[in-house]
Design a protein around this ligand. Structure first.
Ligand SMILES: NC(=O)c1ccc[n+]([C@@H]2O[C@H](COP(=O)([O-])OP(=O)(O)OC[C@H]3O[C@@H](n4cnc5c(N)ncnc54)[C@H](O)[C@@H]3O)[C@@H](O)[C@H]2O)c1
Length: 449
């Protein structure tokens, strides 16, 4: 077990080992240092336009080209650029493959991909093959082989790939990461996290903006209802693991001294989506006949090389308030995000009693937030969206490895198909591949140091 002092030294040393996981040279771009990050955006729906809006905050980033098959999304994006006094972007989107023409442009250094999940990997691979950095929305991959394809493409081309996991930058999560790194919780044993978000109104809507509260999806739906709901028909597993898993993976140095070993998953019955359709569309609505494979709650337990367990919950189809359900627990105590509470043995005032976490979060506030609170706060999701795009832009501009890299994208996203496999096999343990091919043993943490 590392004492707080040892941990501090460890972190200090680690900070000089820049991007140790990305062992290949960053040979992607031939830019002089002062150049701007010249970006293209593929998918400028709701999320892509968030990224465009936040990118406009950075004078050292240029929005050169945008691609979307929906002309309305293109129009809305050009309006954003116009309002900000920026030049109109070159437009792609005459068909579903037009992104291939965008990534070939000589005047681009990086591409931000915010399309439906199944498009992430073909688009990222095209971008990386064309020598561009790829920033991919979450989850990065849908199928296990896609995780390998991302890794193989990076290792072959040297083009970096960052999964744009914004929750790694959430203010309380970053403060707790500081606390973990300074040894406050002792030796970490167990973590919990998840995606507990009632998405029924997102999965079904009637084409109204914002979400209309209808029961339509597919071609009749709007935004995510056009594509996300189909995954709940076809698949039973943790469909969206990275918002929870990314942050806790950083806390226990996954891919950098630690590794996921295997997982087991279990799903409840599927009842919530059908009930929503009947309640809102009537039992004779055609969608009331749809069979949803996705269990209302899917829980996945991961065992890690250094002995920790992680419990991830996917809970999107039942009524509930939003929570990512973080719990970080070690030999000295624990933090829980539900209830915003903490207990630290010999530090908390009363033995066996929770304290509010407010003062701890203030004391261990991460430097990202201390230094950039004002500018970040206006961006999406309480400010964390600012930091994730900033780190991507900095990596592109400086030709450095991003702090969340292709191995993170591969390992965090692979939990989806592996959880599906475990459920099909009666919750059997399923090995989680080592996408670093052994490099995790010597790699050092790099995130937000
Ligand atoms: N990190 C977060 O907090 C967060 C929040 C919301 C969404 N997301 C992720 O962002 C991604 C996009 O989600 P969204 O909510 O913006 O969905 P959306 O449906 O609003 O946007 C997707 C866009 O992609 C376009 N598109 C689809 N196929 C295309 C193709 N072949 N070529 C070009 N454009 C294509 C669509 O026309 C649409 O405009 C998803 O991966 C989602 O999980 C992340």
């Amino acid at each position: 077990m590392l004492t707080p002092i040892h941990r501090r030294n460890f972190i200090k040393k680690s900070s000089t080992a820049v991007a140790a996981i990305a062992l290949l040279p960053s040979m992607v771009l031939g830019l002089p240092k002062e150049k701007k990050a010249r970006l293209g955006f593929i998918g400028v729906g709701l999320r892509g336009r968030n990224h465009v809006t936040n990118t406009l905050l950075f004078p050292d980033a240029e929005i050169i080209a945008i691609c979307d098959i929906d002309p309305n999304a293109i129009m809305e994006t050009q309006n954003l650029l116009k309002k900000a006094g920026r030049k109109a972007a070159a437009v792609y989107g005459k068909n579903e493959q037009d992104f291939e023409n965008l990534v070939k442009r000589q005047d681009l250094d990086g591409v931000v991909i915010s399309t439906p999940w199944e498009w992430h990997v073909p688009m990222a691979i095209a971008a990386m093959n064309a020598g561009k950095y790829a920033g991919i929305e979450v989850s990065a991959t849908v199928k296990l082989e896609e995780s390998w394809q991302l890794v193989d493409t990076f290792e072959r081309t040297g083009s970096h790939c960052m999964i744009l996991e914004n929750v790694c930058y959430r203010r309380d999560v970053m403060a707790v990461l500081n606390m973990v790194r300074q040894g406050l919780f002792g030796d970490i044993s167990h973590l919990q996290c998840g995606y507990q978000h009632d998405l029924r109104h997102v999965k079904f809507n009637n084409g109204q903006q914002p979400y209309g509260g209808g029961v339509e999806f597919g071609e009749k739906g709007f935004s995510e209802a056009r594509w996300r709901t189909q995954h709940s028909i076809d698949r039973n597993g943790d469909l969206y693991p990275t918002h929870g898993l990314g942050p806790v993976a950083q806390m226990i140095n996954i891919n950098r001294g630690n590794q996921f070993l295997y997982l087991t998953s279990m799903a409840t019955k599927s009842a919530g989506l059908h009930k929503y359709i009947v309640d809102n569309g009537g039992e004779n609505h055609p969608n009331a006949k749809v069979n949803f494979k996705l269990g209302d709650i899917v829980q996945t337990m991961i065992k890690c090389a250094n002995g920790e367990t992680i419990l991830i919950t996917h809970d999107t189809n039942l009524p509930r308030p939003y929570s990512l359900g973080f719990r970080v627990q070690g030999t000295n105590g624990l933090w829980q995000d539900d209830g915003d509470k903490i207990y630290l043995e010999k530090i908390s005032k009363t033995p066996h009693e929770w304290e509010p976490d407010t003062e701890y979060l203030k004391k261990y506030d991460h430097k990202y937030w201390r230094e950039s609170e004002q500018v970040a706060q206006g961006s999406g999701h309480g400010g964390m969206d600012y930091f994730v795009i900033r780190d991507f832009i900095q990596a592109v501009k400086n030709r450095t490895a991003p702090p969340i890299d292709v191995y993170d994208a591969a390992a965090w996203s692979a939990i989806s198909p592996l959880s599906e496999e475990s459920i099909v096999k009666g919750s059997a343990p399923i090995p989680i591949p080592d996408f670093t091919r052994g490099k995790w043993k010597n790699a050092k943490p790099v995130f937000a140091l």
